[in-house]
Write a protein that binds this ligand. Structure first.
Ligand code: MN
Length: 483
């Protein structure tokens, strides 16, 4: 696993310093502020009332994914509305941060390196309503997303647990299947939450946990940071928001949760209990299988008086993007330690924002692209195919990257294949996670004569204001010729 913290500040690129001057846009701090931000830009679609929780909510959200966030009044007749697609576009995340799109990765890295501890408050909107008798499906509008999902899931909940030894918190997102009125089946992969649970389970004790639903985009993003153990991701959220995040103690445990969130599900992971969970539609566009997973018993639900429930449709852009940005930031920092001429990295949407990595470099030496590929494979086992391009190729445009492969890559010279390596278990073409890596060097040879790889361009094309041209009406073209 990659860690952000070992990188010291002086290694950070200069442009990474946050710039929030008097007139600079401010970071977004609550879900409600973000919905307002989207609404005034015509990016929030209010769907008809009473959309069915089984498939219909997800169907709308999926069709509008990347174009509009969706808001569902009275979903399935439930009084709590559902929102989805809050951050399905990279540019929107930049706006939430209050930076330009090119600054998203440096800003995220800076926040991870300069965490801001949270501050405890007693005035917590998220505890306006407290349920101690819990029937989850009655209290919350729980949608069922994909065709073969086992049933309703909480898919956009921040799972917060405390290290039983140190008291430090961990924040991460897990799929939580409704398994009974007060019971959730939860997939805990072998990461921090699971490590804390194992410490409790060794002693035969349950682990207190809280699931926080309905937070701002920056807290969602912070939850996906690839940070060391005992590094509370809420402190990254504070850094991104530019303030200590206000938190409140749960009503049934010592777990601290964002006070301005919409909903908190409080409970505990049961020691020595595993029950079937899944299948569930996952980010690679396939189902994660049914297997015996962890069980959380719910003991209370708290929420705002007029709470809003957030759901992420499994496999959608929002699902992919939330994981991709922290992974890109970590990969960029990792590669730059050895290769300072790496300019940018991108996990492409077609590569499920995990498996295909595009790397843009300022080439200094022939052969270097292959070292960079090997560095990328070592940096994350999810990385399957790496394409390295020059600085004149836009890595956020897949057509540009394909053009570089089409015109600068030769398979006998520029291809690297590493057989039988560790990959993603969710990639169905692997054998239980074992598969091949492929790297493609699509950079120009340094020795090539200048005109051989000179990109054609029309002088002055960049200066044309296309938006202005598109505003003019072509219907009266005959009249235009006469005037
Ligand atoms: Mn963690």
């Amino acid at each position: 696993m990659l860690h952000l913290c070992p990188m010291t500040k002086h290694e950070m690129p200069k442009e990474s310093a946050p710039r929030h001057g008097d007139n600079a846009p401010q970071p977004v701090r609550t879900l409600r502020d973000w919905l307002d931000h989207l609404a005034v830009r015509n990016r929030l679609a209010v769907i008809k009332p009473n959309a069915a929780l089984k498939f219909e909510v997800a169907a709308y959200a999926k069709r509008l994914d990347g174009k509009r966030a969706t808001l569902f009044p009275r979903p399935g007749g439930h009084p709590i509305p559902v929102v989805s697609g809050l951050v399905s576009d990279r540019g929107w995340m930049a706006e939430a941060m209050g930076v330009e799109p090119a600054e998203v990765l440096p800003r995220f890295l800076d926040a991870a390196l300069n965490p801001v501890p949270w501050v405890e408050t007693k005035a917590a909107p998220v505890q306006e309503v407290v349920h101690r008798e819990v029937d989850l499906a009655k209290i919350l509008p729980l949608p069922t997303h994909n065709e073969h999902d086992f049933g309703p899931y909480i898919s956009a909940g921040l799972m917060i647990v405390r290290n039983p030894r140190t008291g430090k918190q961990n924040v991460s997102i897990h799929r939580c299947q409704l398994a009974g009125p007060n019971r959730l089946g939860v997939l805990l992969l072998p990461r921090h939450t699971n490590a804390f649970f194992e410490m409790a389970e060794e002693k035969g004790e349950p682990l207190d946990a809280a699931i926080v639903i309905g937070v701002d985009p920056l807290t969602l993003l912070a939850s996906q940071a690839i940070a060391p153990m005992d590094f509370d991701e809420l402190e990254i959220a504070g850094a991104l928001q530019g303030r200590p995040l206000p938190v409140v103690k749960c009503v049934t445990s010592d777990v601290r949760v964002p006070a301005e969130a919409e909903i908190v599900v409080e409970g505990r992971f049961l020691a020595g209990v595993r029950e079937p969970e899944g299948p569930f539609g996952e980010f690679p566009q396939y189902y994660g299988p049914r297997s015996n997973n962890h069980v959380m018993e719910v003991v209370a639900v708290t929420h705002r008086k007029d709470a809003i429930f957030h759901t992420v449709v499994g496999g959608g852009l929002e699902h992919q993007l939330l994981g991709a940005i922290p992974k890109e930031a970590t990969m960029l920092a990792h590669l730059r330690r050895t290769f300072p001429n790496v300019l940018d990295v991108h996990f492409s949407p077609g590569g499920v924002m995990r498996y295909h990595l595009y790397v843009q470099i300022k080439k200094r030496q022939d052969g270097e692209a292959k070292n960079i590929m090997l560095g990328a494979f070592a940096g994350s086992f999810d990385v399957k195919h790496v394409i390295v391009v020059d600085d004149d190729v836009d890595i956020h445009n897949p057509t540009e990257v394909e053009w570089a492969v089409a015109t600068r890559f030769q398979a006998d010279r520029d291809l690297v294949v590493v057989p039988e390596s560790q990959g993603s278990k969710l990639d169905p073409s692997t054998r239980n996670g074992v598969g091949a890596k492929m790297g493609m060097d699509a950079t120009k040879p340094l020795s090539a004569p200048e005109m051989t790889f000179k990109r054609i361009r029309v002088p002055g094309e960049e200066a044309i204001d296309v938006a202005d041209v598109l505003k003019r009406d072509g219907a009266d073209w005959r009249g235009a010729l006469k005037s």
